[in-house]
Design a protein around this ligand. Structure first.
Ligand SMILES: C[S@@+](CC[C@H](N)C(=O)[O-])C[C@H]1O[C@@H](n2cnc3c(N)ncnc32)[C@H](O)[C@@H]1O
Length: 396
């Protein structure tokens, strides 16, 4: 149970974070929000976080006439920290070292898969996962890193949008948008290089007009472009030469896989486009045009596509494809804390896992998913599966 006072501090912290995300770099408003965060950290005995916020407040433009207050707070936090260290009772938040392992030896080339699993294909089930040995309840058969994650809108001011770590007390903002916050400069720079440069200018709009799978589609497109050295021509050449029917994440050598190989496994996830009626396709085409326009108007893709209509068409095709892929393949990342899976903060992100996405749905599933603290997802058996049987999860 969280004490009501602590609950209020946490709510206030989220609001300060939002304020930081909306404020201008170096502004007094931002420095005051950092200063206020340091106050809450002190009250909550998070002395290291308190000192970090004081440093951030000073680096912003903390009003001189309030300096004395900040100095006093710093002194208190340092004293409390050294006392706590002497007594060895400092409040550390140790990262949970995740020790969950596969219950069977892994595939030689795919460490995320138990070697009893194989990819099946049939007219009835499409691609699906089968086991070539009997599985018992509790067996862990897949542990996979996400290809992409997006922090849930309810957790934007609570978690790092790159590594998903919960860093309520020390988040720092992206200077280009009011949506993404990060735990460190390192995550800012990794996110920017991997995808954020293409989504920064449109992310807030996309959260407004699209649902969460639409936002993950945007990020997948950004990753696709960045994976090919930010060169749409190179991406087009790659896709023109790609035999999609040959992409198989179950037989691919993940130890030697290039980022392009990994991209292929996400690119071939199902779209269900051929099953959609004209109305459904028209709706998705509408959102495709909205995202395309936004990307051309607000990002560096505008001049590239203006000079190159083929690149513009490729972008349009990718958006339509990824909106549909994301819709059929996104998974919720759920924090397994005592808040319970239904709490807003428990569902902290959405992600896409190319191998786990080969599992079909059943209302009577024999496997279930568990999100690990680092964002990986484990698949474990909840009903015995006979040799040769198909693994089903429930998509609900
Ligand atoms: C995450 S994918 C699962 C892998 C998919 N079968 C494939 O070939 O890529 C989800 C899609 O698989 C299909 N699917 C899921 N469960 C199914 C089932 N029980 N029977 C047939 N198709 C299923 C649906 O088209 C669904 O949108």
């Amino acid at each position: 149970m969280v004490h009501p006072k602590e609950k209020r501090y946490i709510e206030a912290m989220k609001l300060y974070n939002e304020c930081i995300a909306f404020s201008a770099k170096g502004s007094e408003e931002r420095s005051l929000a950092y200063g206020n965060r340091s106050f809450i950290c002190l009250k909550m005995e998070r002395f290291e976080d308190c000192l970090q916020n004081i440093r951030l407040a000073r680096e912003s433009n903390y009003p001189k006439h309030l300096n004395e207050k900040l100095n006093q707070r710093e002194k208190e936090a340092k004293q409390a920290l050294s006392k706590a260290r002497n007594q060895n009772v400092t409040k550390v938040n140790p990262e949970v070292v995740e020790t969950l392992q596969l219950s069977y030896p892994a595939h030689e080339n795919a460490p995320q898969l138990a070697n009893c699993l194989a990819l099946g294909r049939s007219d009835q089930y499409g691609r699906h996962v089968v086991t070539n040995r009997k599985l018992k309840v509790g067996d862990v058969v897949m542990i996979e890193k996400p290809f992409v994650t997006v922090t849930m809108d309810t957790c934007q001011y609570v978690r790092c949008d790159f590594c998903q770590a919960e860093r309520l007390f020390t988040l720092i903002p992206c200077e280009g948008c009011t949506v993404a916050m990060y735990c460190s400069e390192e995550c800012i720079s990794k996110a920017y290089g991997k995808y954020h440069r293409y989504e920064c200018g449109v992310l807030r709009d996309m959260w407004t007009v699209l649902d969460r799978s639409g936002v993950i589609a945007l990020r997948m497109i950004a990753i696709a472009i960045a994976t090919f050295d930010n060169d749409l021509e190179k991406l087009k050449d790659h896709l023109d030469a790609l035999d999609e029917s040959k992409v198989d994440g179950f037989t691919m050598d993940w130890k030697k896989a290039t980022p392009q190989d990994v991209f292929n496994t996400a690119h071939v996830l199902c779209t269900n486009q051929e099953r959609r009626n004209i109305k459904e396709l028209a709706l998705r085409t509408f959102f495709t045009v909205v995202m395309h326009n936004d990307l051309l108007e607000c990002t560096e893709l505008g001049p590239v596509c203006e000079a190159n209509p083929t690149a513009s068409k490729l972008l349009l095709d990718l958006i339509l494809r990824y909106l549909q892929i994301a819709e059929c393949n996104h998974k919720l990342l759920i924090c397994n804390s005592d808040n319970g899976p239904k709490s807003d903060n428990a569902r902290f992100a959405i992600g896409c896992y190319p191998l786990i996405n080969m599992l079909n749905h059943s209302c009577a599933p024999n496997v279930s998913r568990l999100t690990l603290p680092d964002g990986r997802c484990a698949i474990f058996v909840i009903h015995p599966v006979a040799k040769g049987g198909q693994l089903f999860e429930s998509y609900k």
